[in-house]
Design a protein around this ligand. Structure first.
Ligand code: FAD
Length: 333
């Protein structure tokens, strides 16, 4: 990923798209078709594949990474969590990623399991020893990958522009609390930082400025990729912002609340809001190409509109318009 970013002109913009592995075979087939269209029409610099904490989606995440990296030839960043993962499970995941040709890992702690729902008994890896003696924090995983694999993997870490909703602690943790650990992860060799979703562009701007100007100097040139979640529905927005501790600025909330009874209008206003956020962030000073990461929720239509409107891609080809269908057809898979 960092090689691809470095190869872009310094004033270029790029974006990445995040997908989660569907639970069913039908969902996987639907996503396969959708990803093929999106790969061709949107041409993201890379795509991300999420990982269930404790390895609960390991087989499915690896299958999706195989599809994106091998079949669709999309540069893939595989997320990997380390909490509740033995070293053996981490080794297996990294080895399999290597076999698939995946060169990028987003090294995360993950959230400790709250219940047995995290364990998938049909997953062969889940039967392995799950005592987590080797990894406590994401930095342990960054260090481990760097020690075992040198520069083979380009390693990203998570940043939290509005603080951290750490589910292993009852309280919300501020940017101040989190910052020393982000410094630690970066000093341990992280190659890029990808952020939690946010809608408060001012808060993000302050966060990025704070990192860039930090006296440690570790954030001077590292790519910092802001995370954005397109608005798919008013309910999803309220739920995800609550879970992630992302604030909703008054003007954003007002615009969406005015139309909250009309799903199509919510999406339309959401496209406006996200497009404006991208346009605003494009103007922020940056030491290199400016990237944007989109949490797609495996959906296609709204993200395509945002990317077109903010000129991150050329206008969609007729094939994409024909295949993407109506918003009604654009349901999560
Ligand atoms: P850490 O960096 O380890 O931080 C966790 C908490 O511990 C923070 O509050 C931090 O301040 C604190 N901390 C860190 N180090 C120390 C230390 N040495 N001593 C004391 N406190 C410390 N989750 C998934 O399960 N699957 C995914 O695919 C996934 N993808 C994500 C993608 C992005 C871009 C982001 C932002 C998050 C993602 N998450 C995912 C969620 C993530 O796993 C959780 O937010 C998790 O609670 C923290 O992970 P982390 O890597 O930030 O952990």
């Amino acid at each position: 990923i960092t090689d691809k970013i470095a190869a872009l002109p310094p004033d270029a913009n790029y974006f990445s798209l995040e997908f989660f592995p569907p639970k069913t075979q039908q969902g996987f087939s639907n996503l396969h078709a959708r990803l093929s269209r999106m790969a061709q029409a949107l041409r993201p610099l890379f795509v991300n594949v999420t990982w269930g904490a404790g390895g609960s989606t390991s087989a499915k995440s690896l299958a999706l990474a195989e599809l994106t990296q091998r079949s669709l030839q999309l540069t893939t960043c595989l997320h990997l969590t380390c909490t509740n993962m033995s070293r053996k499970l981490v080794d297996e995941a990294l080895e399999q990623a290597k076999v698939l040709g995946v060169r990028n890992i987003l090294a995360l702690r993950g959230d400790p399991p709250r219940s047995e729902e995290y364990r998938d008994p049909t997953n062969p890896l889940a039967e392995e020893d799950d005592s987590n003696k080797d990894f406590t924090w994401a930095v342990d995983l960054v260090r481990y990958i760097k020690k075992e694999y040198g520069d083979y993997f380009c390693v990203g870490v998570a940043g939290y522009p509005e603080g951290h909703s750490d589910q292993s602690h009852p309280e919300y943790q501020t940017v101040d609390h989190d910052l020393p650990y982000l410094i630690e992860k970066t000093a341990a060799g992280a190659d890029f930082i990808m952020t939690q979703l946010f809608y408060d562009v001012e808060a993000y701007q302050q966060y990025e400025r704070r990192l860039r100007e930090h006296e440690s100097g570790v954030f001077k040139t590292i790519p910092i990729i802001p995370g954005l979640m397109p608005v798919q529905s008013y309910q999803i927005l309220r739920r995800t912002t609550k879970l992630s501790h992302a604030s909703l600025p008054t003007d954003v909330l007002k615009r969406l609340e005015t139309v909250k009874g009309d799903d199509e209008a919510v999406k339309r206003v959401g496209v406006d809001i996200l497009t404006e956020a991208v346009e605003k962030m494009k103007t922020l000073p940056n030491p290199g190409p400016r990237g944007f990461h989109f949490y797609t929720l495996n959906l296609e239509k709204v993200i395509t509109q945002i990317l077109e409107r903010s000129s991150l891609i050329p206008p969609a080809t007729p094939m994409v318009v024909a295949n993407s269908g109506s918003i009604v057809a654009d349901q999560a898979v």
